[in-house]
Design a protein around this ligand. Structure first.
Ligand code: MN
Length: 242
């Protein structure tokens, strides 16, 4: 599950919540300079920390790319990386593309990793890039919000998808969620960047996603949970042993 544990004010409580509930969580980071410290503070039994440079901070932090590339060889989880073509971040899109491409081509030296990717208002451009690196995926697209044809392309490229409560707030997000291949479905909250009922999303809010699929598939929540957990294990098993 993709979330940003390190950015919660009460991150230690969030860590305990995850440990006590038996969930497994990928804590994606947003700045390469924060990776080691976050790993030291947060990585534990059910929690792994991803090496990332969020597209929204590329404007200020592209100079941290060498730090990220330095950590890449020993690291199995990469995220959050990707592109953001929304109005606010469009001005750095070329720089964002350069950075994602540099990370993926460097990763090729070390083999497949778990990549968690952001693609807001840029799905087509991101898929153009991902298509050139079939050997290090499959890639996990977080909160996918592209068009129907972009979704088709992503599925054809073998991408996996993580779905969170915020994605299910809109009809278009629900339609995408309903169209995803069952065997490539993972969960996320993207907290603390997202809210549930006017409060910050917590890891346990993945229950909203499980309930959504239970409803549209006519299953019970437990079997949806079993499916996403088994998908998660399948995805982990695609990683080379280190
Ligand atoms: Mn995120």
């Amino acid at each position: 599950m993709h979330c940003h544990i390190d950015l919660y004010k009460n991150y230690q409580e969030v860590v305990s919540l995850i440990q006590n509930s038996g969930m497994y969580c990928l804590c994606v980071t947003t700045a390469p300079s924060a990776y080691l410290e976050t790993k030291r503070r947060i990585e534990s039994k059910n929690i792994r920390v991803g090496l990332g440079i969020h597209p929204e901070v590329v404007g200020e932090r592209s100079n941290e790319l060498p730090i990220l590339l330095d950590h890449l060889p020993g690291c199995r989880y990469v995220g959050e990386i990707g592109l953001d073509g929304s109005r606010r971040f469009r001005s750095t899109l070329d720089e964002q593309k350069r950075i994602v491409t540099a990370i993926l081509s460097e990763s090729r030296k070390y083999g497949p990793k778990m990549f968690s990717l952001h693609s807001r208002a840029s799905a087509g451009s991101l898929l153009d890039i991902l298509g050139a690196y079939p050997d290090i995926g499959p890639f996990v697209l977080h909160w996918f919000s592209g068009s129907k044809s972009e979704l088709r392309r992503a599925i054809d490229l073998g991408c996996w998808f993580s779905v969170g409560p915020a994605m299910l707030l809109s009809k278009s997000g629900q339609d995408i969620a309903a169209a995803l291949p069952k065997n490539r479905l993972l969960t996320e909250t993207d907290g603390p960047f997202t809210e549930v009922n006017g409060r910050t999303a917590m890891p346990t809010d993945v229950s909203i996603v499980l309930d959504y699929y239970a409803k549209i598939w006519g299953n019970d929540r437990a079997s949806v949970e079993e499916l996403t957990f088994s998908n998660f294990k399948t995805r982990l098993n695609l990683l080379p042993k280190m």
